[in-house]
Design a protein around this ligand. Structure first.
Ligand code: F6P
Length: 362
């Protein structure tokens, strides 16, 4: 089958590098295959509402260095559970057939979905309805099991590391404890990498439930060595031993209704009580998703985009591009959404951190 038109959309939370993928998809499709690309706006919402634009060479000019996504994105509007408003009431309906019909009317042969596990699950459901899909893994959290790395992660880690460098000068001046809460959902990748790169004394991640008594011991040991300040990095999904996640709020209608947040404040307050020291808290929040992608993310997103088009043209479909070691490969979409990737508590990076004295609250 000759592929003549490719659709592309970005779903879920934005991540630095989305524009890099869009740019390389469009340029590869035009340069190598003479294929037209249409971009759906605001994720799957654009597919259902038939909001799209043709992406030409000029459409993707000067975007590689820009964060966000020129197409817009959404972590609502799942077509299989779509919010429909009537008489002030919201009900959820399966409107996926609208999406299938819009793709057919437009003559889109293959849909490239750039997203995290939520968007890729939706993509898989569309593939079950006969749509040819190629996925591209995106998330700052780096928690997709089928790829070694997702684009966006390196930029988020770099931002968090820079934040730690700045927070260090304040806590070294005032003494006491500086707590930095970082994102990552149920994985500790950002916390572990930024904590290591930023020289944190304590790193709390979901994969290693923490006991703050151990953190107190670490801080007091440092004090006895004349070190009057300590830096604690907390992943938003970190939990105490036998404890629960700290939830900021529930947000109905989203692909991921549980919004984590607030653990930084909880940990800081308890450390004040345990140590008698002053603690300051910074929640890095959306700064981790924003801004210009690092060179690593620009290159990875470009590589993923080129491979996605090759895959779209040659098949097999129902796949996702992925990084395995140094190589860009493809995996099945089933494989892609099978499980989230967790930090290995006995892995090399955790061992390296322990070897240099980082405490994990254990
Ligand atoms: O998945 C990316 C991410 O930034 C997570 O780290 C975080 O929990 C979540 O999205 C928060 O973003 P939003 O408020 O858009 O759901």
């Amino acid at each position: 089958m000759k592929i003549k038109k490719i659709g592309v959309l970005t779903g879920g939370g934005d991540a630095p590098g989305l524009n890099g993928v869009i740019r390389s998809v469009v340029l590869t499709a035009i340069n190598d295959y003479d294929i037209e690309v249409v971009g759906f706006e605001d994720g799957f919402s654009g597919l259902i509402r038939n909001k799209y634009r043709v992406l030409e060479r000029e459409s993707v000019s000067e975007i590689l260095h820009r964060g966000g996504t020129i197409l817009g994105t959404s972590n609502r509007d799942n077509p299989f559970h779509f919010p429909v408003r009537s008489n002030g009431q919201v009900t959820y309906q399966d409107v996926s057939d609208e999406g299938v019909s819009n793709l057919k009317k437009l003559g889109v042969d293959v849909l490239i979905v750039i997203g995290g596990d939520g968007s890729l699950r939706i993509a898989k459901e569309f593939s079950d309805k006969g749509i040819k899909i190629v996925g591209v893994p995106k998330t700052i959290d780096n928690d997709l099991g089928a790829t070694d790395v997702t684009f966006g992660f390196n930029t988020a880690v770099t931002t968090a590391t820079e934040a730690l460098d700045k927070l260090r000068t304040t806590v070294e001046s005032h003494h006491g404890i500086m707590v930095l809460e970082v994102m990552g959902r149920y994985g500790g990748w950002i916390a572990l990498h930024a904590g290591l790169a930023g020289g944190a004394d304590v790193i709390l991640i979901p994969e290693i439930p923490y006991d703050l008594e151990k953190v107190k011991e670490k801080i007091e040991k440092r004090k006895s060595q004349g070190k009057l300040s300590s830096i604690v990095v907390v992943a938003e999904g970190a939990t105490p031993v036998n404890g629960k996640y700290t939830v900021d709020k529930m947000m109905e209608g989203r692909t991921e209704p549980i919004k984590l947040g607030g653990i930084g404040q909880v940990v800081a307050q308890q450390l004040v009580e345990l140590t008698g020291l002053e603690a300051r808290v910074t929640v890095l929040g959306y700064l981790q998703r924003g801004g210009s992608p690092t060179s690593c993310d620009r290159i990875l997103s470009t590589r993923f985009g080129v491979m996605a088009v090759k895959q779209a043209v040659e098949g097999p479909w129902t796949t996702m591009v992925a990084l395995h070691g140094q190589s860009v490969v493809t995996v099945s979409l089933d494989e892609a959404i099978k499980q989230l990737k967790k930090v290995d508590c006995k892995g090399e990076l955790v061992e390296v951190a322990r070897a240099i004295g980082v405490n994990f609250g254990k």
